[in-house]
Design a protein around this ligand. Structure first.
Ligand SMILES: Cc1cc2nc3c(=O)[nH]c(=O)nc-3n(C[C@H](O)[C@H](O)[C@H](O)COP(=O)(O)OP(=O)(O)OC[C@H]3O[C@@H](n4cnc5c(N)ncnc54)[C@H](O)[C@@H]3O)c2cc1C
Length: 444
């Protein structure tokens, strides 16, 4: 007889866990602002840009503002001790690179380009006083760039049942936010022996559209290597894989025959992580183990600062920005970068975060600081996304997108899309070259 899921949950002791996970505002108590503490830095002299979030967007913005406007005082505030790259992390799951390849330090670029790095967590923003509050005190700003990445919206599945959401996040970590969750997922894959391993694809828009499918290929590769008696079941809310669908499907069918079961139109209706059942619009699935990826939204700070866009009176979940300058629609002193922004045609990728930060946001902000026209300064971004589909021999597929700026319409538009669905060793080599060139750009 199946145990009542709440009884089993209590037995597991998961209810005693701390609040280390990011949930939507409906989950758990909000962090208490730390306001009665001294300022971390002296008052600004009128040219201070504070950047919150040292990910792909934030680290890029810090470097390029200093390069283009050395007189600007740039302060980067990041809560992590070390940069952990999500791009290439799927290949690490299949032992194609060492962990070292994914890790980078914040100090080297700060020292080289002359910006201030503060290792602290921002807990609140006062737009009227132009201050960000951290766990160490407050920092005043003249301009603020928010680049906190995504948060998981477990509330879409579990409502206010934070215990069950936390149980799911603990036992089946998503690993779409870099760090400990990735290590937990790698251990899972290494230790998996038999049965159905389910990968739940988050609904769009989500961070890195091809990432779940690349991850699936790497998990299937590991299952094949380890002689696992079982299947990888991909539950996709969409009707087909996008982008690079033919390339991924060919890899699943030709390399991992009888091992991968791709299920389209499988929107999650209900998840019981205790009894290991997922109910979807394509049927119910029991699993032995899983990688469960909830829906994504812009990170907490964008909500706290009141910068989320609305459609039909409801929050879109993403920051509303001017599509050319990435300036907030609600506050001209605040810019947003990376996955948090909603710009038509922009994927939520590291490449795009880097490219739109330096070509759009930084150009616009520096022009503004110099009294020039921000919209005239902006340049078009680009995006390329490689996906590894085989680890031995190493083979990858790719999509690249070029953009133009339609300054009359006030928005970027796609100018060309190139997809290579034929997997090859040459593209696998380019995958690692791509990563090295971006790490170099941001960290050395
Ligand atoms: C498995 C996987 C594979 C991927 N593969 C690719 C790929 O091949 N190519 C590609 O281009 N993209 C890829 N991506 C997508 C890429 O990782 C993201 O698009 C990119 O990280 C977005 O950059 P960002 O700066 O917006 O967010 P992040 O890189 O997540 O950075 C946000 C930063 O803000 C910090 N932060 C958040 N809140 C606070 C706070 N309150 N105080 C202080 N700091 C805070 C966080 O600690 C974090 O360091 C992949 C993603 C995943 C999950």
């Amino acid at each position: 007889m199946e145990l009542n899921r709440r009884e089993l949950f209590k037995l597991s002791g998961a209810g005693a866990l701390g609040t280390a996970f990011a949930f939507s505002p409906s989950f758990g108590a909000a962090e208490k602002p730390v306001k009665n503490v001294p300022k971390v830095l002296p008052d600004s002299k009128g040219n201070r840009v504070v950047i919150v979030g040292g990910g792909w967007a934030g680290v890029t913005a810090a470097k390029y503002i200093k390069k283009e406007h050395p007189k600007a005082e740039v302060v980067l505030i990041e809560k992590r001790k070390v940069f952990f790259s999500c791009p290439i992390s799927n290949t690490w799951l299949a032992d194609m690179v060492n962990l070292d390849f994914l890790l980078h330090d914040f100090q080297t670029p700060a020292a080289k380009y002359g910006y201030t790095f503060i290792n602290a967590t921002v807990v609140d923003i006062d737009r009227d006083k132009k201050r960000v509050y951290t766990n160490e005190g407050y920092v005043g700003y003249d301009y603020l760039i928010l680049a906190p990445g995504i948060r998981y919206n477990y509330g879409a599945w579990f409502g206010n049942d934070t215990d069950m959401a936390r149980y799911c996040a603990t036992h089946y970590p998503s690993a779409f936010i870099p760090g400990s969750e990735h290590i937990a997922l790698k251990r899972k894959i290494e230790n998996f022996e038999e049965g159905d391993f389910v990968l739940v694809v988050p609904p769009p828009p989500h961070r890195c559209p091809p990432a779940p499918y690349e991850r699936a290929a790497m998990i299937a590769y590991m299952m094949k290597q380890n002689g696992v008696k079982g299947r990888l079941i991909i539950l996709d809310p969409k009707d087909k894989i996008k982008p690079k669908g033919p390339g991924f499907m060919a890899a699943y069918e030709q390399l991992y025959l009888d091992m991968v079961d791709y299920v389209p139109n499988a929107k999650v209706k209900e998840i019981d992580p205790v009894n290991k059942v997922i109910k979807t619009t394509a049927g119910d699935f029991k699993f032995a183990d899983a990688n469960i990826n909830p829906p994504h939204q812009a990170g907490d700070l964008v909500w706290k600062a009141g910068l989320i866009g609305k459609k039909d009176g409801k929050p879109t979940g993403w920051a509303a920005v001017d599509p050319l300058t990435l300036q907030s629609k609600a506050d001209p002193n605040i810019f947003l970068a990376g996955d948090v922004v909603a710009v038509k045609g922009f994927p939520k990728s590291g490449h795009m975060a880097n490219s739109h930060s330096k070509n759009m946001l930084v150009k616009a902000l520096v022009a503004l600081m110099k009294g020039q026209d921000p919209k005239e300064a902006v340049k078009a971004p680009d995006n390329t996304c490689y996906s590894m589909v085989n680890a031995e021999p190493q083979e990858a597929i790719v999509v690249s997108v070029k953009y133009d700026l339609d300054k009359k319409a006030g928005a970027p538009k796609k100018a060309g899309v190139k997809v290579i669905n034929e997997r090859s060793g040459a593209l696998a080599k380019s995958t690692f070259e791509w990563a090295k060139s971006f790490y170099r750009d941001m960290f050395s």
